[in-house]
Design a protein around this ligand. Structure first.
Ligand code: HEC
Ligand code: HEC
Ligand code: HEC
Ligand code: HEC
Ligand code: HEC
Ligand code: HEC
Ligand code: HEC
Ligand code: HEC
Ligand code: HEC
Length: 295
């Protein structure tokens, strides 16, 4: 069975409510048989297309194409010329983002999108359809605009893409994690759209061994992982913000390093050797004499 035949079959099984016809709706069958057969065939293969065109469970879903694009009777009768009142989602559309988003929110406000209203994306007039292409399956899941989450985000966040090109980074290209492992693009009660209540809580989701509590805590670690790490990737090893030992010397004066019990030359601690070679437990230590994170 071809997809187009599927559309026809699906629609035949779904009579349009009378009230809707009266309110300027044409019915999906008009859209698909008149001009948009191809769009309909592709839409039918998406999670929403299947529900809207083949198994609608509510009056809104039963409106099919018009559930999103608005009543299309005048559009059909004008042979496609008249676009008055129709909702268009393309990037350069004249329909305001807010109006486009209201269409989607009707059915999708729950769960992940509880914090959509007044979120940084909503407030910047980003549209659901900037990240989601719902007419056709481009991504494996979640009907994204691009094949991957990262490619979807970096349409706008170019700097984050270039950071992910750096030598030291987490496995986003490998699809082992996503921008959405740390950010909820739909909004969040936390700063920077983070999925957890702080930077550290976000990191602990995967790096649980860094959580502690430790007998000997290193204050900058407890405060924020991003005191030392650039979470989006860095040219320094281990995604550090600065090369060692400069990283440590932002806060620690190398000339005051305790030397009496360790040997003569102060330079030993800075030249050619890296602080973390000796201070291996830099994230915190549970050893009784681990006060200097050397064990
Ligand atoms: C769930 C909401 C939704 C439904 C239902 C829906 N569309 Fe769309 N449609 C969209 C979005 C979003 C876009 C923008 C696509 C993109 O990202 O480029 C779009 C784009 C289009 C376009 C491109 C024209 C333009 O404005 O740029 C056509 C034509 C179209 N849809 C026809 C249809 C037809 C025909 C149906 C029914 C078979 C349908 N749509 C059902 C949301 C929907
Ligand atoms: C800035 C990009 C972006 C915007 C804007 C956006 N989304 Fe998403 N959405 C995503 C990504 C990325 C995923 C996949 C998340 C994941 O990894 O699970 C997703 C997943 C979803 C899902 C499927 C999984 C789930 O959470 O239920 C739905 C439904 C959804 N979005 C609806 C919406 C609606 C409705 C809007 C507008 C109010 C919207 N999205 C705006 C990026 C976005
Ligand atoms: C009439 C209700 C309705 C409207 C309006 C609607 N959706 Fe959906 N959406 C659904 C249903 C039903 C599904 C099928 C999956 C399911 O059962 O949850 C779905 C699924 C999705 C998915 C997930 C696909 C997946 O892979 O899991 C995304 C993303 C999505 N919708 C985005 C949007 C966007 C963006 C808009 C606005 C352009 C929109 N929806 C408008 C009801 C709706
Ligand atoms: C259509 C363009 C666009 C896309 C696509 C997009 N964003 Fe954004 N994003 C913005 C704008 C605009 C802002 C607000 C201004 C700014 O901070 O740059 C923003 C802000 C953010 C912020 C900062 C929030 C804050 O509190 O300062 C994060 C984090 C973010 N986006 C993550 C993502 C992720 C993750 C994705 C992909 C799922 C994504 N964005 C996709 C446009 C976009
Ligand atoms: C490992 C977790 C993690 C991943 C993965 C991640 N981010 Fe972030 N992102 C953060 C943290 C943490 C911040 C808060 C700023 C900071 O502490 O450096 C942030 C901040 C941001 C900001 C706001 C920057 C600012 O200065 O206001 C944007 C935009 C952003 N991320 C986009 C993205 C995009 C796009 C991706 C995918 C390419 C992504 N992030 C992947 C953790 C992550
Ligand atoms: C979704 C899971 C996940 C989250 C959340 C996460 N990471 Fe990672 N991280 C990984 C994986 C996977 C690796 C690669 C591990 C490997 O290759 O052995 C990694 C590697 C690292 C590395 C070592 C990089 C290198 O060059 O070897 C650092 C540093 C790091 N993460 C810091 C952070 C920080 C800081 C945060 C919070 C902003 C964070 N991670 C959040 C999964 C995560
Ligand atoms: C005071 C600076 C500093 C802070 C803050 C910091 N780190 Fe690190 N981190 C380092 C250094 C230095 C290395 C490299 C150690 C090495 O080369 O032996 C490292 C390495 C790592 C690694 C890779 C090697 C390993 O130990 O698994 C991960 C993962 C990591 N850090 C996660 C985190 C997380 C998560 C946080 C927040 C809880 C954090 N770091 C906070 C300095 C810091
Ligand atoms: C953002 C500032 C900051 C950075 C960066 C930083 N530290 Fe610290 N470190 C501190 C603070 C604050 C203390 C607690 C000092 C105190 O209580 O007097 C501390 C404590 C220590 C101690 C325990 C001894 C003591 O004085 O309590 C050692 C050892 C140490 N840091 C080594 C390092 C090394 C090695 C690095 C680089 C990988 C580093 N630190 C990076 C702020 C920092
Ligand atoms: C050759 C190994 C070695 C190197 C390299 C090294 N340290 Fe140490 N550091 C130690 C030892 C061992 C101690 C504990 C001294 C003690 O037992 O009194 C110590 C103690 C410290 C203390 C705690 C001082 C105190 O007693 O309050 C700080 C802070 C510190 N180191 C920072 C650094 C920094 C920053 C670097 C890099 C510039 C560095 N160390 C390089 C071995 C080293």
């Amino acid at each position: 069975m071809t997809a187009a035949a599927g559309v026809a079959l699906g629609l035949a099984a779904v009579p349009l409510a009378r009230a809707q016809q009266a309110a300027g709706y044409a019915g999906s069958q008009e859209c698909t048989t008149a001009c948009h057969e191809q769009e309909a065939a592709r839409f039918l293969r998406t999670p929403m297309g299947r529900v809207f065109l083949e198994g609608p469970r509510s009056d809104l879903e039963r409106q099919g194409c018009e559930a999103c694009h608005g009543p299309g009777k005048a559009h059909v009768e004008s042979g496609g010329e008249d676009m008055t009142g129709m909702i268009r989602f393309a990037r350069n559309s004249t329909t305001p983002a807010d109006e486009r988003n209201r269409v989607c929110i009707q059915c999708h406000e729950k769960t992940a999108r509880l914090y959509w209203q007044a979120s940084p994306h909503e407030a910047s007039e980003v549209a659901c359809s900037d990240c989601h292409n719902v007419m056709t399956n481009v991504s494996e899941r979640a009907n994204l605009q691009k094949p991957t989450v990262m490619a979807t985000c970096t349409q706008c966040h170019l700097q984050r893409q270039s950071q992910q090109m750096r030598s030291s980074r987490m496995p986003l290209w490998e699809q082992k994690m996503q921008c959405s492992s740390c950010h909820n693009p739909h909004g969040s009660p936390n700063e920077k759209l983070l999925v957890a209540s702080s930077v550290n809580e976000t990191c602990y989701n995967c790096h649980t061994e860094k959580r502690g509590p430790f007998l000997w805590e290193h204050p900058p670690v407890v405060e924020s992982c991003s005191n030392c790490h650039e979470p989006h990737g860095s040219t320094k090893e281990k995604m550090l913000k600065l090369p060692k030992p400069r990283l440590c010397q932002q806060c620690h004066d190398p000339t005051r390093h305790p030397t009496r019990s360790l040997g003569p030359a102060d330079t030993k601690y800075v030249m050619g050797r890296q602080c973390a070679n000796c201070h291996t437990m830099i994230h915190g230590s549970n050893h009784p004499s681990g006060f200097a994170f050397t064990r």
